[in-house]
Design a protein around this ligand. Structure first.
Ligand SMILES: O=C(COP(=O)(O)O)[C@H](O)[C@H](O)COP(=O)(O)O
Length: 323
């Protein structure tokens, strides 16, 4: 490891995020924070950085850049890197190391607590006997359903499989394990089944300042159909999903993934001249979302900007940038 090359553990985490072995906004955030702690431990031992606080800091910034470049849409990733790097302090490598490890642990603890707290808020929106519809796999959305079950409510679920990567199967298994009766459907059956559900619960990768919800592709169509059917829809999203750059007019980058997720490489040649596009996320306009449920309570999407200013008022610092 040189002073700008990330520790092997960081390279491994970055690779796992890029290939989606580690996926979902909250899980990506906690893995990134933990990777920074591993970088700090490795840099405190490495020849190039062990005795040089400035080289140590530079190695932390470089590791954060490597993690930042993996996937563009879930803002929880840069928010996790910000949280840890902004708490890096000390004039010796040992103090710097300790501050990074402490910040990383505090971040992960906070993430877990936030998920529990928002779960209780979301659960209060559900009633005994409700059927919920889910899209993709969101640990924040699942926290709401699981908390409702813990409150003694009987909940069943209609789970959309979520093409192309079928994260709905993970949701189905987790809900089954939580004792929730599950019906798995293909995405295109969603509108038909909306007549049988009482609530739609989704997660978020980013929330924009105007209350737009960026989540797995298909969320916006589901939200429009839910509105048309009169079914309430909520987004369960911890405040690390609030996207500070949107406060100053930036838009959220939507990740375009490889066509091999849509069309098998072995049949690609047979298909020939057909363009394939594979956007991983979409934006649900605030008017189609009933509530954003966070650990700080529930908000109408249009008012989320107030919370965003409170938490990110100083803007979107980039502590990983070269000074
Ligand atoms: O869109 C996805 C996952 O997309 P991908 O599978 O492409 O990462 C999830 O709904 C959000 O990330 C929220 O998840 P969580 O609530 O766990 O943060």
């Amino acid at each position: 490891m040189t002073d700008t090359e990330p520790a092997p553990a960081v390279a491994e985490t970055a690779e796992s995020i890029a290939t989606m072995e580690i996926r979902g906004a909250a899980t990506i955030a906690s893995a990134a924070a933990e990777a920074l702690a591993e970088q700090a431990e490795a840099a405190a031992e490495a020849d190039a950085t062990a005795a040089d606080p400035e080289a140590f800091r530079a190695s932390m910034r470089a590791a954060a850049r490597t993690l930042r470049e993996t996937r563009p849409t879930a803002v929880s990733l840069p928010n996790a890197l910000r949280y840890v790097l902004q708490r890096m302090e000390g004039d010796s490598v040992d103090r710097l190391r300790r501050s990074v490890v402490d910040a990383s642990e505090a971040f992960v603890r906070q993430l877990d607590r936030a998920q529990e707290d928002l779960g209780r808020v979301g659960a209060n929106r559900l009633t005994d006997g409700d059927t919920v519809m889910t899209h993709c796999h969101s640990t924040d959305a699942l926290a709401c359903i699981e908390a409702a079950v813990e409150q003694g409510k009987s909940i069943s679920a209609v789970v959309k499989e979520t093409r192309p990567r079928q994260q709905g199967h993970i949701t189905a298994e987790q809900l089954r394990d939580a004792g929730v009766p599950v019906t798995l459907i293909v995405d295109s059956a969603a509108r038909r089944y909306l007549d049988e559900v009482d609530h739609v619960v989704v997660g978020a990768d980013s929330i924009a300042a105007d209350g737009g919800v960026i989540n797995k592709i298909g969320t916006s169509g589901l939200a429009v159909n839910a509105r048309e059917r009169g079914v309430p829809i909520m987004t369960a999203a911890q405040t690390i999903k609030l996207h500070p750059e949107t406060l100053t007019g930036h838009t959220v980058e939507i990740e375009m993934r490889d066509e091999s997720e849509v069309i098998a490489p072995e049949t690609r040649d047979e298909v020939g001249e057909i363009a394939v596009e594979n956007p991983a996320f979409d934006v649900t306009p605030p008017r189609y979302m009933d509530a954003i449920v966070t650990e700080q309570g529930q908000f109408p999407p249009e008012s989320i900007v107030t919370l965003m200013r409170e938490l990110f008022g100083e803007g979107a610092a980039e502590p990983w940038a070269e000074p």
